[in-house]
Design a protein around this ligand. Structure first.
Ligand SMILES: Nc1ncnc2c1ncn2[C@@H]1O[C@H](COP(=O)(O)OP(=O)(O)OP(=O)(O)O)[C@@H](O)[C@H]1O
Ligand SMILES: [Mg+2]
Length: 379
């Protein structure tokens, strides 16, 4: 958990509205889906919810919590480690229930039907006591397994059990839910987890420094940090950590612009790695469309879904490809969090603005190298 979970009051309230009704024994609560790009704080919100429910359990609200962790992709050699790790964290708070789920290594959870079977067993055993199932990285679950999970959850409800599922995943989860074709998915509540407000980023940086270390940061320097963090929770956290370490290293209680510059140097390295990883997820045929969308959004173009698809079509055509691929590129832009908008908003903005700059810079550098290469050939 970050030292301060900033700017998520509305999201917390919406999640709790459903969870509280389960805890009150209501068996018509709605499953809840936390959807947002990478690094925006979905896992953090699940952790917060886990702690919240756990507190309620201790105080006698007899809620149980089944927690399904991240699918682990490494299989054989890590099997034992993940088994140990997961056994501890999986069914947190289910001590009163006899859970004998066999936990497999690897992407164990939903590959193995027995796992869903164990959730079914938990539902049966919890009977009328409330149960909240938390599922992280849910976009990785295959559609048929999701479908099954919703069915057994619904069956449990029909039998009068107050149960619900809270899932977190990247925007790809929306497609997965759609292809799961479970009609009660439509009844679910979607909570969007996007960038936080600038004022919330300010709090997330300023308050922990002050409260835990009596460290202050000069106003201009803080503004610079906020510009750099771009309201992206993962960057906000990197900055908070770097500033804290800088203050400890220099034994200071007052941070200035020079300190921010030093931290920036460290953070740039981490950002570059992140951008490189994300950039590598795009293959050569998609790069033209990615770059064109990036260029337009940086330039302030107002583009909704239709506009983005159009730009992709044009870019694909200009590189001699079939424009019909534009919809797939658009979906990838959304799923990868390159572009982001709240439901109801008309136009997309950048997921992380500086990633878009990185994309454009890569293209400029590629063109420069092409020119050099061509120049060499003609000489
Ligand atoms: N509201 C917030 N205020 C401050 N820091 C936050 C907030 N939300 C998340 N963070 C921090 O941002 C980072 C990313 O959060 P988290 O891992 O929860 O994101 P995620 O959406 O689950 O990402 P992924 O999709 O990659 O799993 C963490 O370091 C977390 O502590
Ligand atoms: Mg996560």
């Amino acid at each position: 958990m970050p030292p301060l979970l900033a700017g998520r009051e509305e999201e917390k309230e919406r999640i709790l509205l459903q969870v509280m009704s389960v805890l009150d024994g209501d068996h018509s609560a709605r499953d809840t889906f936390l959807v947002g790009p990478r690094g925006t704080g979905k896992t953090t919100l699940l952790n917060w919810l886990g702690q919240h429910v756990e507190k309620g359990r201790k105080s006698g609200a007899i809620a149980s919590l089944a927690r399904i962790g991240k699918p682990v992709s490494e299989i054989d050699s890590l099997e034992k480690i993940s088994e140990l790790f997961l056994r501890k964290s999986l069914f947190l708070g289910l001590s009163s229930v006899d859970v004998r789920a066999k936990i497999m290594g690897g992407s164990f959870e939903f590959k193995d039907d027995r796992y869903i079977g164990s959730i079914e067993r938990i539902y049966r055993q919890t009977k009328r006591s409330p149960l909240v199932v938390l599922v992280d990285e849910a976009h990785e679950i295959e559609a048929d397994k999701l479908n099954r999970l919703f069915h057994i959850t619904q069956d449990a409800r029909n039998c009068g059990s107050p149960v619900m599922v809270v899932m977190a995943g990247t925007p790809q989860l929306r497609d997965k839910l759609e292809s799961a074709q479970a009609s009660f998915v439509e009844r679910g509540v979607e909570v969007e987890v996007g960038p936080i407000e600038r004022e919330s980023s300010r709090e997330a940086i300023e308050l922990p420094l002050k409260d835990f270390g009596n460290i202050r940061i000069e106003n201009g320097a803080l503004d610079k940090v906020l510009d750099e963090a771009q309201c992206y929770p993962y960057f906000v956290q990197l900055w908070g950590q770097a500033l804290w370490q800088q203050a400890q290293k220099e034994e200071k209680h007052e941070l200035q612009m020079a300190d921010v510059e030093r931290c920036k140097h460290v953070i740039e390295g981490e950002k570059a790695q992140l951008y490189q990883r994300r950039f590598q997820r795009w293959d050569a045929l998609e790069l033209g469309a990615l770059t064109e969308v990036a260029r337009r959004l940086i330039g302030g173009s107002k583009l909704g879904r239709h506009g983005i698809v159009k730009v992709c079509e044009m870019a694909l055509e200009s590189s001699g490809q079939d424009a019909a691929g534009a919809m797939d590129v658009y979906k990838k832009l959304v799923n990868e969090g390159v572009i982001w908008k709240k439901t109801g908003e008309e136009n997309y903005g950048p997921g992380i603005r500086s990633f878009l700059n990185h994309v454009v810079e890569q293209e400029v550098s590629r063109q420069r190298q092409d020119r050099e290469f061509d120049g060499g050939k003609t000489r």
